[in-house]
Design a protein around this ligand. Structure first.
Ligand SMILES: [Zn+2]
Length: 345
């Protein structure tokens, strides 16, 4: 259980050794003064794994991780690595370095490399392949050790490719049960064996149609009943980026017994509205102690472009990733969380 506003988080993808200096600057000169106390670094296969160099597709080293860990510890920031599990193993038909090294793990090997949305979204690994978890657990363990972390975020958002009709192991299986099986296996490894906390994105556990969400921040493929098949002490990062009238998933997931961490992106006012609605729902559902603050997601933010957006140094160019929006949201949300007194304004 967390006290209200105990988690003031920022998330970004990060796998570039040459950007560590910029990220350290961002931590020291922006995240610390803004009051951020959780930094989620989405490394995925961009880390240089010594256990499996064949899956490494980036330049971030163990020494970089230790350097960032030390800096964060010094400033009271909890550093949590993220390894995207199951889905998002590439974009469109393009496979990431893990599936290129282990094509036998591909859930949809028949999909051509140049496939694009809306024909195909992203490749997944096959959760039923007997050799996939031993590899994934090695990657998880190495990230936890490198970052000296007490938690791991397993991603698991936007899984569209699951129980594919062409997969000899998964065809015909129940998608919710298959998704829950993967969640439970990661949980057993992380929480059961490694004694660390587990976080994941919440979108696949939400009935998009029933709650008025899109197929991105909710599920339309029949995965969502998995919400009743997984442990309640997984922290669910419930992300919604568009301005909406209400965000009923917060109350719903709190009612299920989870800790729910509302997560926003690059739209300051939508983020603040989401937060106020989440507070209202947590109060209505008498679960304010399980709605611990807010997570600002940075996605395409890098150390370099954040230095440009936050400090005006360097050139953001066309800012296609809306890094200015991310920087503005980060400031607005942290100012809101830092406001003293009652959590409700
Ligand atoms: Zn499969």
């Amino acid at each position: 259980m967390s006290k209200p506003w105990a988690l003031r988080g920022f998330h970004m993808r990060f796998s570039d050794h040459n950007d560590v200096g910029n990220l350290k600057r961002v931590i020291q000169d922006a995240l610390v003064p803004l009051g951020v106390n959780v930094l989620i670094l989405e490394c995925n296969t961009g880390f240089q794994f010594s256990s499996h160099p064949e899956v490494s597709g980036g330049t971030l080293t163990r020494a970089d991780a230790r350097e960032l860990s030390a800096l964060c510890k010094q400033h009271g920031i909890r550093l949590i690595p993220l390894l995207e599990c199951l889905g998002h193993q590439g974009w469109g038909g393009g496979r990431n370095s893990l599936l290129r090294a282990y094509p036998e793990f591909d859930e949809t090997p028949h999909v051509p490399d140049d496939a694009k949305w809306p024909d195909f979204y992203c490749p997944s690994w096959c959760p039923s392949h007997p050799d996939v978890n031993p590899l994934v657990f090695d990657l998880m363990d190495e990230l936890i050790d490198a970052f000296e972390a007490d938690a791991l975020h397993v991603g698991m958002d936007e899984v569209f490719a699951i129980a594919d009709d062409h997969c000899p192991r998964c065809a015909g299986k129940n998608k919710a049960e298959l998704f829950a099986k993967a969640v439970n296996e990661y949980y057993e490894h992380l929480v059961g064996r490694q004694k660390v906390q587990m976080l994941m994105w919440a979108d696949r556990l939400i009935d998009a149609k029933g709650m008025g969400y899109s197929q991105w921040d909710g599920d339309v493929y029949g995965i969502w009943p998995a919400v009743d098949m997984i442990p309640k002490d997984i922290i669910l990062c419930d992300w919604h980026y568009d301005p909406l009238e209400e965000y009923p998933s917060v109350g719903h997931l709190l009612d299920k017994g989870f800790e729910v961490w509302p997560s926003c992106w690059n739209h300051p006012q939508a983020s603040l509205n989401f937060f106020e609605d989440a507070v209202k729902q947590a109060e209505t559902h008498k679960a304010l102690d399980r709605m611990p603050g807010m997570l600002v997601t940075g996605w395409n933010a890098t150390g370099e472009n954040l230095v440009a957006a936050l400090f005006g140094e360097g050139d953001l160019g066309e800012d296609q990733g809306n890094i200015r929006g991310i920087a503005d949201t980060l400031k607005a949300v942290m100012e809101r969380l830092n406001r003293s007194g009652s959590p409700v304004s």
